[in-house]
Design a protein around this ligand. Structure first.
Ligand code: ADP
Ligand code: GLC
Length: 467
């Protein structure tokens, strides 16, 4: 596999959860898996050893010399591409000034280093690439390296975790990443006059998957297709959806190390202590424990639908409920949450941060978890919420629609604050009916989205590719 993030090393979102857990689940099924990642400055890698030195990576006339370090995590080798001029800096994809201007080069080197690793340290039959950051690997394989004996018979799978991030660059980026400018045509890498790295991956991969069946359907429509729906429809015979699993060794209220108390399906008592702990973490009054508490953990991005929260806020907070939110991202949403907290002191609190222990505390301490996403390829937090007996209120899109039903949560379809508010009001009414609520909680806690089932689907797809 080639990817740009994986737990426990480096994480900005759900992709890291997937690349941190799927390989071990595949390994447990007997697959031989290795993962290639960049060695970022912020990556927490213990006990790594160097397995390859001074591998040559050429992007056109530009030369990079990379080392490869290996660390084993849950029995899976993770290979880290060491190239300080590209990865030893503050930030993974962005800094305060925005996207790094050399991201095309950073991830071109990742792709080429992965191919070099395939020659020197791990010989794959399948190259499984995640998102645009890895999508150049199949492009190089089927263009510049076509006919290279090392890769004869090697099949490629591209998993799209989010069609909203495509790796769009000016046409001048093509020669900078060592690709023939002649590839800038509508049937190859050109997208509205620019270079789309993700499009290259979609065009050149043998198979394409995305992270829920619902999203696999949606991206073939103009509404969700980010103007790639036509291409995706053309490739529909090799496009499938495989729902993400959950790493229940990390996300389980019976064992979660970040919680004030533990609880389970048979004994929910500890959840009260978690709620009180959460209120205190956010500086909300203890009395709020008697009111329903709504939680949010998210990247603050347009995708996540927070404009609906903003519009629904006054209606929602007229109700007897509290809201806690944890996230970072676009300044306008950070400001929106800060303003809400200022307008409703004692009722709304926000933490602008990336804080994993606090994310766990919210999953456990909240009563309701809200995700009003504009689109959601899979979404993991709502699935975590189920296991924590925290009832999800979600917009019926992509993986949210596939994972939540009326026995476990509340869904609305139309992208509007009225629809969100109506759904939240239904949830608040249900909360007041203790028996009904506990039934909902328990229904969710019984659900099992284990990685083993998803890994079985990936295995079957790999086999089909090799057949
Ligand atoms: P996405 O990948 O689109 O951000 P997912 O729901 O798939 O959405 O995954 C998000 C992951 O990132 C979850 O594991 C969630 O707990 C975590 N996460 C998001 N924002 C934060 C934050 N501010 N602090 C801690 N964890 C976060
Ligand atoms: C993306 C999507 C999210 C998905 C995650 C892991 O970041 O936004 O819905 O759960 O990838 O596949």
């Amino acid at each position: 596999m080639v990817a740009s993030e994986a737990t426990p090393f480096i994480k900005t979102g759900g992709l890291a959860d997937v690349v941190g857990a799927l390989p071990a689940a595949l390994k447990a099924r007997g697959e031989d898996v290795a993962v290639v990642l960049p060695l970022y400055r912020d990556a927490r890698v213990d006990g790594a050893r160097r397995v390859a030195e001074k591998l040559d990576v050429w992007l056109g006339l530009a030369h990079y010399s990379v080392n490869v370090q290996m660390a084993v995590e849950r029995d899976v080798p993770y290979f880290f591409v060491e190239c300080p001029s590209l990865y030893d800096r503050k930030g993974v994809y962005v800094d305060a000034a925005g996207d790094f201007p050399d991201n095309h080069i950073r991830f071109a080197v990742l792709a080429k280093a992965a191919l070099a690793s395939a020659r020197h340290v791990f010989r794959p039959q399948i190259l499984h690439c995640h998102d645009w950051q890895a999508a150049l690997a199949p492009v190089y394989l089927r263009t510049a390296l076509a006919g290279d004996p090392t890769f004869l018979g090697v099949k490629t799978l591209l998993t799209i975790h989010n069609l909203g991030y495509q790796g769009i660059f000016a046409p001048s980026a093509l020669p900078e990443i060592g690709l023939d400018p002649a590839l800038l045509t509508i049937d190859r890498l050109e997208f509205l006059g620019d270079l789309s790295v993700l499009k290259g991956g979609i065009v050149y991969s043998d198979a394409i998957s995305t992270v829920s069946k619902g999203y696999a359907r949606e991206i073939q429509t103009p509404e969700y297709g980010f103007r790639m729906d036509g291409l995706l429809r053309a490739r529909s015979s090799v496009l499938t959806g495989i729902l993400n699993g959950v790493d229940y060794s990390a996300w389980n209220p019976e064992t979660d190390v970040h919680l004030a108390a533990h609880y389970s399906l048979d004994d929910l008592r500890g959840k009260k202590a978690c709620k009180l702990d959460l209120l205190r973490q956010f500086g909300l009054p203890d009395e709020a424990a008697g009111r329903p508490l709504i939680g949010i953990v998210s990247r603050f991005a347009r995708q996540k639908g927070f404009d609906l929260i903003e519009q629904a806020a006054s209606g929602l907070l007229d109700e007897d409920a509290s809201l806690v939110a944890l996230g970072t991202g676009e300044p306008r949403y950070e400001e929106m949450f800060r303003n809400l907290a200022a307008a409703y002191p004692g009722k709304v609190a926000v933490r602008i941060a990336y804080d994993n222990p606090l994310a766990h505390k919210i999953e456990a301490g909240a009563d309701i978890f809200v995700m009003p996403s504009r689109y959601e390829p899979c979404g993991l937090n709502q699935i975590y919420s189920l296991r924590y007996g925290t009832v999800p209120v979600v917009r019926a899109t992509g993986g949210l629609d596939d994972t939540i039903d009326e026995d476990t949560g509340f869904k609305f379809s139309e992208y509007s604050s009225q629809a969100l508010l109506a759904s939240l009001r239904d949830a608040l009414a249900a909360w007041r009916d203790r028996r009904r609520w506990e039934t909902l909680m328990r229904n969710g806690m019984r659900k099992n989205f284990s990685w083993n089932a998803s890994a079985a689907e990936y295995s079957a797809l790999y086999r089909r590719l090799l057949a």
